[in-house]
Design a protein around this ligand. Structure first.
Ligand SMILES: *Cc1c(COP(=O)(O)O)cnc(C)c1O
Length: 461
C-alpha cells in the first residue's frame, strides 16, 4: 500500500518511509492512496486479543514490512499496559460504556500510538544502520508518551522541551524520572509557544536537520492515526452483534487525531453509527460542527490541558476527504485558512458528527455526576465527553461509548476538589521517590542546537 500527501505535491511513499518522514515535504499529511475495505476481514478479527488484532489490522497497511517483523513490533508495543484487555470496555449502565485508554505506561491514550511509533523508529534504525534524534515540544501528555515510547531504544535519543513550571508535577516526573540515558527533558524558560517557535526554527535549518537526523514528535504521524483505529475496532467487536450498528463514540478532542482514527475506520467498512466530538472551552471544533465555520480562536488554558489547542492539526486529513480527495481543493482550503483564519464548509456529513463543548466551570459538576450515577471516577478530559451522556431521556437502541483518554490519577487536584477523593496509580506513586533529571535551557534555538550537538546520537556511537 502507498501513502499520498493530502496536498498532492509530494511523491507517494511506502508505509515505513511515510512513518519516518512524518510531515510530507509539500506540507501535507500522509493518507493511504485508497482506503481498504475491511468488512470482509471482520469475521476473522472477531475474537482476537488486542495485540493480535492490532497486528492483523496493521498488516493491511504496513505492506513493506515482513509479517513476522511487524507482529513482533506490535506485540512488543502492548506489553507495558497494566490491564489484560489493553483497552478495557466497561459497561456503566444500559447503553452506556466507557473505553479506558489509559492503561499504558504514561496513563493517557497517546501511549497506544507512541509505544508503537517508538518500536517502528528503533526497527528502522536497526535495519538501516542509522540513528535518529527525536525532538518535540510538549505541554504535557505527548512529551511523556513519546519519551516512554523511545526510552532505552538503541540508536535513538529523544529531546523534549517543556515550559518550566507550567506542566503538572506528575507530568514533569513522567518525563524527568525515567533514568534512561537517551532521554533529555529540557525545561525551557518561557511558554509552550516559545518552545514551539524555537523548535520550528531548528527544523527550518535543513543542514542541521539532516546532519543529526532529526525527527519531530507530533500528532500528525501516519502511524499514530492507524494505531488509534485499533481500539475503536476492538471496542466495536466487544459489543453484542445486534448493538454494533447503533454505536456512537464520544471522544474528548483537541487535535482531532483520536476521533479522525475512528471515522477512518468507519470509512473502511466498519459500521459505526456516529461520533460525538467533545471539546473543552477551546472550542474550534465544536463551532465547526455546529455552524460549518472553522475559525481560529485564542487558547485559554483549561482543566483539560491536553485539549487546549487553537488549530486542530489533523483536521487537514478530514478536509481531504470532505473535498472529495482533491488535493487542489485541499491546498485552496488550507491557503484560505492560513490567510484569513477562517473557512466555511458547506454540506458535510452532519449525520456522522455531532459536537459538545464543556467549560471549566462545568467540569467539576460532571465529575461529580458521573461518580454519583455510575460510581465511576473520570479525569477532566473524559468529563468533557460525559457532558451529555446519561442526561435526559436515552435514545432507544443507541449505544454510547465514551473514550476515557487519561487516568484520573494524572489530575489528582481536580478530582479531589470535585469529589473529595484523591485517585492514585502505582506507576505515578513510584515516580515520587526517583530523582528528577532535567536540563534548564533558554527557549532559544542556539542553546537547543548546542545541546543537541553535545548529546545527540550519531552513527557508530
Ligand atoms: C492528547 C489528548 C487528547 C486530545 O486528543 P487529540 O487526538 O488531540 O484530539 C484528549 N485527552 C487527553 C488526555 C490527551 O492526552
Amino acid at each position: 500500500m502507498r501513502y499520498i500527501s493530502t496536498r498532492g505535491q509530494a511523491p507517494a511513499l511506502g508505509f515505513s518511509d511515510a512513518v519516518a518522514t512524518g510531515l510530507a515535504p509539500d506540507g501535507g499529511l500522509f493518507l493511504p492512496e485508497q482506503l481498504p475495505d475491511l468488512s470482509g476481514l471482520l469475521p476473522r478479527f472477531e475474537s482476537l486479543a488486542y495485540p493480535e488484532l492490532c497486528f492483523e489490522f496493521l498488516k493491511v497497511f504496513a505492506t513493506d514490512l515482513p509479517a513476522d517483523t511487524l507482529r513482533d513490533l506490535v506485540l512488543r508495543s502492548y506489553t507495558r499496559f497494566d490491564h489484560p484487555d489493553i483497552a478495557p470496555l466497561r459497561a456503566l449502565g444500559p447503553g452506556t460504556h466507557v473505553l479506558e485508554l489509559f492503561h499504558g505506561p504514561t496513563l493517557a491514550f497517546k501511549d497506544f500510538a507512541l509505544q508503537l511509533l517508538g518500536n517502528l523508529y528503533a526497527h528502522q534504525c536497526r535495519v538501516r544502520n542509522e540513528t535518529i534524534n527525536v525532538l518535540g515540544a510538549t505541554s504535557g501528555d505527548t512529551g511523556a508518551a513519546a519519551i516512554h515510547g523511545l526510552l532505552g531504544q538503541p540508536g535513538t535519543a529523544i529531546f523534549i522541551l517543556y515550559p518550566d513550571g507550567r506542566v503538572s508535577p506528575l507530568q514533569e516526573r513522567q518525563m524527568t524520572c525515567t533514568g534512561a540515558e537517551n532521554v533529555f527533558a529540557l525545561a525551557v524558560d518561557g511558554t509552550f509557544d516559545d518552545a514551539q517557535a524555537a523548535l520550528k526554527e531548528l527544523f527550518g535549518d535543513q543542514d542541521f536537520r539532516t546532519r543529526h537526523r532529526l525527527s519531530a514528535v507530533n500528532s500528525i504521524n501516519l502511524a499514530r492515526i492507524l494505531a488509534q483505529c485499533v481500539y475503536y475496532l476492538h471496542a466495536w467487536l466487544r459489543l453484542p452483534a445486534p448493538e454494533r450498528g447503533n454505536v456512537e463514540f464520544v471522544v474528548p478532542t483537541g487535535n482531532f487525531g483520536n476521533v479522525l482514527a475512528g471515522w477512518m475506520l468507519q470509512k473502511m467498512g466498519v459500521p459505526i453509527r456516529s461520533f460525538r466530538v467533545a471539546t473543552n472551552q477551546n472550542d474550534i471544533l465544536y463551532r465547526l460542527f455546529t455552524t460549518g465555520e472553522y475559525r481560529i480562536g485564542e487558547v485559554h488554558p483549561s482543566l483539560a490541558p491536553s485539549m487546549d489547542i487553537q488549530v486542530a492539526s489533523n483536521f487537514e486529513r478530514f478536509i481531504h476527504f470532505a473535498v472529495g480527495r482533491d488535493p487542489t481543493r485541499v491546498r485552496s482550503v488550507m491557503e484560505t485558512f492560513r490567510r484569513t483564519g477562517r473557512y466555511v464548509f458547506e454540506g458535510f456529513d452532519r449525520d456522522t458528527f455531532t459536537a459538545s463543548r464543556t467549560t471549566d466551570a462545568e467540569i467539576p459538576g460532571i465529575i461529580q455526576r458521573v461518580y454519583r450515577d455510575y460510581g465511576y471516577v473520570c479525569d477532566p478530559h473524559t468529563a468533557c465527553a460525559f457532558k451529555e451522556v446519561g442526561v435526559g431521556p436515552a435514545e432507544p437502541g443507541r449505544v454510547q461509548i465514551v473514550l476515557a483518554t487519561a487516568s484520573p490519577a494524572k489530575f489528582p487536584e481536580t478530582i479531589q476538589a470535585a469529589i473529595g477523593l484523591e485517585p492514585t496509580a502505582p506507576s505515578l506513586e513510584s515516580l515520587k521517590s526517583k530523582p528528577i533529571v532535567k536540563h534548564r535551557l533558554r527557549a532559544d534555538p542556539a542553546a537547543i542546537r548546542e545541546f543537541i550537538e553535545q548529546h545527540g546520537v550519531s552513527p557508530g556511537v
